[in-house]
Design a protein around this ligand. Structure first.
Ligand SMILES: Cc1cc2nc3c(=O)[nH]c(=O)nc-3n(C[C@H](O)[C@H](O)[C@H](O)COP(=O)(O)OP(=O)(O)OC[C@H]3O[C@@H](n4cnc5c(N)ncnc54)[C@H](O)[C@@H]3O)c2cc1C
Length: 500
């Protein structure tokens, strides 16, 4: 079969990274073709609907969306503001955290954040202020928040980039309880106490402390809007088009081959597929063994088990906050533990509603789950994993619902139906290794070994997505900008964003 020429750029994968990259390149005159293995585009932005309720699978809340803040600028540049409906979380407590039954709140705005936590830690107000100022300083000193206009007056200790957030929090306070509270939204970045570099936590927390929003009507609206814009700019998105091989000649990449045998040529290629999966699709010696081994050896972040709840009509009041539950202080950041104790921690959120209804229609409860828990079913496919797998999921779901009911008495009786996802679900829907929530782990002890650049030794082939830079709405958009700036001057992209 003869290869079809697909113009300037082929992007494999239509996750947030692939779509944002495609949008920037299309906006700058490149003819872009995106190939997505699934029927639905978006990767972690995919949604599914049960009993009329739409559920998000991998995007629950987004920060810094007030006018003038960084995500608002990105949304404006990406033409998302018209199509994506957002709703602000409670400014005096967008995250509510329960640790061993004690309740703490994260509030929006630095002063509000400090004052709110200081109500619980009156003797540590200056520690909380130090923490909040420091994470802002780290974020402000980076390209992400300043769109390259780094403020020369902000001097950040270079050591901060080689500091784990564990060490960083230690440097802010001696109060052991406060240390835990400041780390309590670890679910957002699957933080590992002694590995996660502090900049990951600093960017995320600062991002949300500025403002925090849910996406109303499903995070797939972000994917659909970007896809529409790409197509309006002359690009094309192929669904159910799984890339099986990236083909190179002795100097560069020449084409992709899909699972159905079709081949497509282009001048440049970008992979939004997990890099460890991507390199196995490239046979070329242009990628040296030492590079392959380094990429393959990077540890992946933990996966999750999620229960999606459908509520009886008008039975559960809509909560305009996210709820983090920890059985005790030790459960913060605890990823692996005996399933008999399951769940020691969870993250509970209501699906944002697009009416003025004061009742929630559906919710999600997410817990960490390691791939090992489902490894014995790893050779099965969606819907055909067997009754013992279904039984395992039922048991996990019941434990989670019972635990939720302890904190929200009576909620169990408000649930009409529930659905579940496991690490295998994420592995199969997004092709991420072992269902890792946030891709590879950035390890401050191995900064160079765990960093994946958008550039490769194949001169016309790049990576994009959460494994490059960082994960989440912010991390992935920045990653896409970095990748796109291999073909479009970064100054132009930055100036376009700033002038939106
Ligand atoms: C449970 C969960 C909750 C989260 N909550 C939040 C949150 O509240 N806020 C936030 O900011 N971030 C959140 N995130 C993180 C965020 O969703 C991700 O970091 C981001 O969406 C990842 O985008 P990506 O483009 O890197 O990868 P992905 O979304 O994984 O996209 C990769 C794409 O490549 C496609 N693909 C794979 N293999 C092939 C192939 N062979 N051929 C063609 N296509 C292929 C996949 O189908 C997929 O569409 C969450 C993530 C998870 C898992």
């Amino acid at each position: 079969m003869e290869a079809e020429y697909k113009g300037d750029v082929i992007i494999a994968g239509s996750g947030l990274g692939g779509l944002v990259c495609g949008y920037i390149l299309a906006k700058n005159g490149y003819k872009v073709s995106i190939f997505e293995k699934n029927h639905q585009i978006g990767g972690c932005l995919q949604t599914f609907t049960r009993k009329g309720i739409k559920f998000d699978t991998g995007m629950h809340y987004v920060g810094s969306l007030d006018e003038g803040q960084i995500m608002h600028k990105f949304f404006k540049y990406l033409n998302l503001l018209n199509d994506v409906k957002i709703s602000s979380l409670d400014r005096d407590g967008f995250d509510v955290i329960s640790i061993g039954g004690d309740i703490y709140k994260y509030a929006n705005g630095i002063d509000n954040f400090v004052d709110t936590l200081a109500e619980k830690f009156p003797n540590n107000k200056s520690d909380i202020r130090l923490y909040a100022n420091k994470i802002k300083e780290i974020a402000d000193a980076s390209f992400i928040y300043n769109l390259q206009n780094v403020n020369p007056d902000v001097v950040v200790d270079k050591d901060i980039f080689a500091t784990s957030f564990n060490e960083f929090i230690d440097s802010c306070t001696d109060n052991p309880k406060l240390r835990k509270v400041l780390a309590a939204n670890m679910f957002l970045y699957a933080g590992v106490w002694d590995k996660t570099p502090v900049y990951v936590q600093a960017h995320l927390n600062n991002f949300y402390i500025q403002s925090a929003y849910r996406i109303v009507g499903g995070s797939d609206s972000v994917a659909f809007s970007l896809a529409k814009s790409i197509e309006n700019l002359g690009g094309k998105i192929y669904k159910k088009a799984e890339v099986e091989e990236f083909v190179c000649d002795e100097k560069r990449m020449t084409k992709i081959r899909l699972k159905d045998g079709r081949t497509f040529e282009a001048n440049y290629f970008i992979s939004n597929i997990h890099p460890q999966v991507t390199i196995n699709k490239i046979a070329s010696p242009l990628l040296r063994n030492v590079y392959r081994q380094r990429i393959a050896s990077i540890e992946n972040s933990i996966s999750n088990f999620t229960v999606f709840l459908v509520f009886k009509k008008n039975s559960v009041k809509y909560s305009n906050y996210n709820f983090y539950f920890y059985e005790n202080e030790e459960a913060i950041g605890l990823e692996k533990y005996d399933l008999k104790q399951f769940p020691l921690n969870y993250f509970y959120i209501h699906q944002a509603i697009d009416t003025d209804n004061e009742y929630a229609q559906g919710a999600e409860v997410m817990t960490y789950m390691s791939y090992d828990c489902v490894r014995k079913w790893e050779n099965s496919t969606v819907g055909k994993r067997g009754e013992d797998y279904e039984e395992f999921k039922r048991e996990c779901a019941e434990k989670i619902i019972n635990k939720l009911n302890e904190h929200f008495p009576g909620i169990k009786d408000c649930i009409t139906n529930y659905y579940t996802s496991s690490p295998l679900t994420y592995r199969d829907y997004t092709a991420t290794v072992e269902g890792a929530m946030y891709g590879v782990i950035k390890d401050k002890n191995l900064p160079m070994q765990t960093r994946i650049s958008q550039r490769t030794k194949i001169p016309n082939f790049y990576f994009t997505g959460q494994n490059i830079n960082s994960h989440g709405m912010l991390g992935v958009i920045v990653s896409a900008i970095s990748t796109a700036s291999e073909l479009v001057p970064k100054e132009k992209i930055i100036s376009d964003i700033n002038s939106c």
